[in-house]
Design a binder for this molecule. Structure first.
Ligand SMILES: [Zn+2]
Length: 385
């Protein structure tokens, strides 16, 4: 499997190098079909004949990945495709269901050129198998099985609507007063990570001591990421289970200055990633959080609304007065006009909820159409908005 993953990496890098070279010579970029033709040629080359040992479909899928990386770049969704590095994850994908045999009851799967493999089941595989991805993470191999099935449009079991404010000191504050504290898994492991990295730097590169020190560093990175992901899933699941409509600020348009104020979000370019606040920001994963909420709401027949992040932390929930001075400290909100006082994040969550109500009631514009893809279901229309 390592060899197959290595072959895929090789093909990806080779194709990318070729595309770059063509670009420098002002030649047209090769498309997927043309690259596939080249792949056949490469597989017949004498000096890289080991490529033949790898299954051909996963190699083609790698070219597809490169194609996608390019179109993401041109659509300004991602930076320019980079070369894949050895020893950093990796994997390969089987796209043809006809070549895959899955026997969940026996915990085994048949994959081309690998034969029958045993695996440990983490969840039921529902629906028809579409494709299988084999990947490695911190020395462990994983199978991801993509399936397809029809599901009836679900009706959300709850009929409440909630505003969610995300921030640094409190991970998420809900307008129904629920508070989720941040886990900051990176921060908590920072010292240990620094220690392991120091050890790694003292070893002779590529020696066996170096290899095992590197594995320890990698393992800790994996652990940090696992803790974070686990927490994000638990939080988004519980919110999505309890509320038919979830309203969040549109994270994409929040200006950078706001994160300095402590409410949020995307660390822009040129920001010193080392500053303490940004470390915390990177540690939170609000984008992933929102992404999870979005699809989990769709699963359950709920709705996730993104509202413009405008003055949500400065507006008084009680009288609507907007002023920077309303927010006395990071945590304290106190209106200079009417004297209403509340935790700043809770006040913001209420404003977000109100903005959500406005969107549903009078069809006010929603940022990023993606969020409105799903029509409000009956459960939502039944709300007292
Ligand atoms: Zn007020």
């Amino acid at each position: 499997m390592r060899r197959f993953a290595g072959s895929c990496r090789f093909i990806f890098n080779r194709a990318l190098a070729l595309q770059k070279e063509r670009y420098e010579k002002s030649e047209k970029k090769l498309n997927y079909a043309e690259l596939c033709k080249l792949l056949t040629k490469w597989r017949n080359c004498e000096d890289i004949s080991w490529l033949k040992e790898a299954p051909v479909h996963p190699l083609q899928q790698t070219l597809k990945d490169l194609e996608r990386a390019y179109s993401n770049f041109f659509a300004k969704r991602a930076s320019f495709p980079r070369f894949k590095k050895k020893g950093k994850g990796g994997g390969f994908r089987y796209p043809d269901p006809k070549q895959i045999k899955l026997e969940p009851s026996n915990s085994r799967i048949f994959l081309p050129k690998l034969g029958w493999l045993r695996y440990r089941n983490s969840r039921d595989v529902l629906g028809r198998v579409k494709q299988v991805t084999v990947s490695i993470r911190s020395g462990k191999w994983f199978l991801s099985i993509q399936t397809e099935r029809e599901v009836a449009q679900p009706l959300h079991s709850s009929n409440t609507m909630v505003g969610v404010d995300v921030g640094v000191s409190r991970f998420a504050t809900l307008s129904d007063v629920t508070v989720y504290e941040p886990v900051n898994s990176y921060r908590r492991q920072e010292d240990r990570l620094a220690f392991l990295q120091r050890q790694l730097s003292r070893k002779q590169k590529r020696s066996s001591n170096w290899q095992s020190a590197k594995a320890r560093v990698q393992k800790l990175h994996t652990k940090i990421a696992d803790i974070r992901r686990d927490y994000l899933h638990k939080t988004s699941t519980s919110i999505s289970k309890n509320h038919a409509v979830v309203v969040m600020e549109d994270l994409g348009v929040v200006p950078m200055s706001k994160s300095a104020a402590g409410t949020v979000v995307r660390p822009g370019r040129g920001v010193r990633a080392k500053s303490g606040l940004n470390k915390s920001i990177l540690d939170q994963g609000w984008y992933e959080f929102r992404r999870q909420l979005e699809y989990k709401q769709q699963w359950r027949g709920g709705l996730m609304l993104a509202v413009p992040a405008k003055n949500t932390s400065r507006t008084c929930r009680s009288c609507g007065y907007v002023a920077k001075e309303n927010r006395r400290t990071q945590a304290k909100f106190c209106c200079v006009e009417c004297g209403y006082s509340q935790h700043a994040d809770l006040n913001a969550a209420h404003n977000i909820l109100a903005a959500g109500h406005a969107v549903l009631a009078c069809g006010e514009s929603v940022q990023q159409g993606r969020s409105m893809k799903q029509e409000p279901t009956e459960a939502i229309l039944a709300l007292s908005v």
